[in-house]
Each structure stands twice: as structure tokens, then as C-alpha cells.
Design a protein around this ligand. Structure first.
Ligand code: UDP
Length: 330
């Protein structure tokens, strides 16, 4: 039996594919390469196409014996979602509807879903529990919450079991040095900081120094991308063993401010990394820190690389070896 990984050529998807291959799983990757990279795929079979293309999806489901889907394929930029929400509803929400319809048609009963801390919006509590209120402050988070809910109703009606994994801030790169983070355009804090260290940017912008936090900058919970990837492998195993549907936070439980992340990157790279204060970015909550107790207890998940210095060092190794990222842009 094979595992279908949608968005398997993307940042988190490619790291999940690497972990699945290491476990000896047969992997079928579906990616439209809008954001993904061919070079990020270390094995398995790649089908290039879109979830919304029914004929294409029929081919993939007919040619493979799929018993579980891990669904990463989505647009994921908070800022862009605020200016172009239609893109997010079309690709994320409608794309997921198309996928679930095909899973129903072909009798595939398990899905692990790539969700986000952005489903919570401004948190009620710190650390955030899965039972806390979900009130997204941006269209990206709203579409991910809609996708989670749609998946839940497909369980209710059609018995498709699901595990939704709400990621906090993914960072770092694979220990092999072969895959890492490369978005176009890049908007994420860690790779942007490292671009400064590589001399590709003059400075890093700090979006808001007037938040209600000790140093005034936003606090986030950074988690190594390979630890996130491990959780997907455990989630598939749980569903294969007949486990119930559920929602799980994935974070380290530690918060770092934007200024602290920059300081750690200065230590790791030995570069001064000039920082310039700028206005707040729309849709950014002040503090996002996960409680991942549920994932630890019910999935047996334990982050192995939970030291921000080491996480940034792994990203730095990849960025130094690949200063232009993957070279296969189209
Ligand atoms: N951030 C920043 N400057 C940048 C990019 C990001 O100050 O050039 C801040 C951003 O406002 C947030 C944190 O860094 O508080 C993490 O942002 P990122 O986009 O990496 O992840 P997100 O939290 O949006 O998933």
C-alpha cells in the first residue's frame, strides 16, 4: 500500500516524504509545482498536477493502491491571503473538497492534514491547547480551519478518519543537507535572516516593536521541520491501527521573540545581521506558543531537535550549500 503526499515537493512535505522513505513506505507525491521543487523530492513517484483536476486525480488513484493521504498542498502566506483571499479559498478549500471527493470515490479512509496555529487567531491562553477557541485573524488561517471542518464532516458522513496537525513555526533543514526551505517569494523570518548573513539582503525588517511582550517583538514557537515530519509518520500509523480522528498541536512549547531569533542567528552565522524596526504586519498575533501534550501522549511524538540554535544551524548549513535554493524554478 502507498501513501499519497499532496504538496510533497514543498518545504514541510518534502521533509515528510524523506521520513516516510526512511521508514520504507511507498510514497506517491502529487504536486502542481506552483511552490514545490522537483529537486526537493528524494524518492517515491511524482505526479505533477492539481488536486482540482479530476481526470489527473483519477489517474493517480487508479495507478496506485493508496491507503492513506497526507495533505500538504495549499497556499500558506498570511500576507497574501489578506490581499487575495479568493486564491486561498480556491486552492485550499476547493482543492481539499476535490481531494476528499476522490478519496470517497476510491475508498481511501485515512487523511493526515497539514493545519496551522493560525487557526487559533489571537490566543485565549499561553500555551495554546487544542480545545481553545479558534478565531483566525487572517484568511489563510480561516481557510485551514474550513478545511479541518470539511474533513471532520467527511468522517461523520463517510468514515474518512483524520488527524489534523496544527503546526507552529517550522524551521531548519534536513540533516542530510539535501533539502531545506526555499519559498518564492520568501516571507519567513529564519530564511530571510540567513539571506542577510549570506549578503543577499542589507538587513532584516522587524515587524513591530510595540507588542505586549518583554522586548516588544512577536514571540513564536519554532519547531524543526524534521520533527514535524516525524509526527506525520506517527499519525499515519495511528490511523492504520484504527485510531480515532483528532486535532493535535505541534510545537516545542518554547517561545522566542523576533529579536531573540536574530541574536541566535548572529551567534550561529558570526554575521552582524543588521535589523531595522518596521510597522506591524497585518494579521500577526503577539504570542503563539503550543502545548503539544496531546501529541506527546496520544501520538507518542517527541521533538528531538528542540534547540533553536541547532535548528538555525541546520538551516544555515543548507542555505550556505544552496545560496540560490533549488534551481528549478518555473
Ligand atoms: N517577521 C519579521 N520580519 C520578517 C519576517 C517575519 O519580523 O521579515 C516576524 C513576523 O511578524 C512574525 C515572526 O517573525 O512575528 C514569524 O514570522 P514568519 O513569517 O516566519 O512565520 P508566521 O508566524 O507568519 O507563520
Amino acid at each position: 500500500m502507498a501513501i499519497m503526499v499532496t504538496g510533497g515537493a514543498g518545504y514541510i512535505g518534502s521533509h515528510a516524504v524523506a521520513e516516510l522513505l526512511a521508514k520504507g513506505e511507498e510514497v506517491v507525491i502529487v504536486d502542481n509545482l506552483q511552490q514545490g521543487h522537483r529537486n526537493a523530492i528524494l524518492g517515491g513517484s511524482l505526479y505533477v498536477g492539481d488536486l482540482r483536476d479530476a481526470d489527473f486525480m483519477d489517474t493517480v488513484f487508479r495507478e496506485n493502491e493508496i491507503d492513506a493521504v497526507i495533505h500538504f498542498a495549499a497556499n500558506s502566506l498570511v500576507g497574501e491571503s489578506m490581499t487575495d483571499p479568493a486564491k486561498y479559498y480556491h486552492n485550499n478549500v476547493y482543492g481539499t473538497l476535490c481531494l476528499l471527493d476522490k478519496m470517497k470515490e476510491y475508498g481511501v479512509q485515512r487523511i493526515v492534514f497539514s493545519s496551522t496555529a493560525a487557526t487559533y487567531g489571537e490566543p485565549e491562553n499561553t500555551p495554546i491547547l487544542e480545545t481553545d477557541r479558534t478565531q483566525p485573524t487572517n484568511a489563510y488561517g480561516e481557510t485551514k480551519l474550513s478545511m479541518e471542518k470539511m474533513i471532520k464532516w467527511f468522517d461523520h458522513a463517510h468514515g474518512i478518519k483524520s488527524i489534523s496537525l496544527r503546526y507552529f513555526n517550522a524551521a531548519g533543514a534536513h540533516e542530510s543537507g539535501q533539502i531545506g526551505e526555499d519559498h518564492q517569494p520568501e516571507t519567513h523570518l529564519v530564511p530571510l535572516i540567513l539571506q542577510v548573513a549570506l549578503g543577499q539582503r542589507q538587513h532584516i525588517s522587524v515587524f513591530g516593536e510595540d507588542y505586549d511582550t518583554p522586548d516588544g517583538t512577536c514571540i513564536r514557537d519554532y519547531i524543526h521541520v524534521s520533527d514535524l515530519a516525524d509526527a506525520h509518520v506517527l499519525a499515519v500509523e495511528k490511523l492504520r491501527q484504527g485510531g480515532a480522528s483528532g486535532v493535535f498541536n505541534l510545537g516545542s512549547g518554547n517561545g522566542f521573540s523576533v529579536k531573540e531569533v536574530i541574536d541566535i542567528a548572529r551567534e550561529v552565522t558570526g554575521h552582524p545581521i543588521p535589523a531595522v524596526a518596521e510597522a506591524r504586519r497585518a494579521g500577526d498575533p503577539a504570542v503563539l506558543i503550543a502545548s503539544s501534550d496531546r501529541a506527546r501522549e496520544q501520538l507518542g511524538w517527541k521533538p528531538k531537535r528542540d534547540n533553536l540554535q541547532a535548528i538555525i544551524a541546520s538551516a544555515w548549513a543548507w542555505h550556505q550549500a544552496h545560496p540560490q535554493g533549488y534551481k528549478d524554478w518555473k
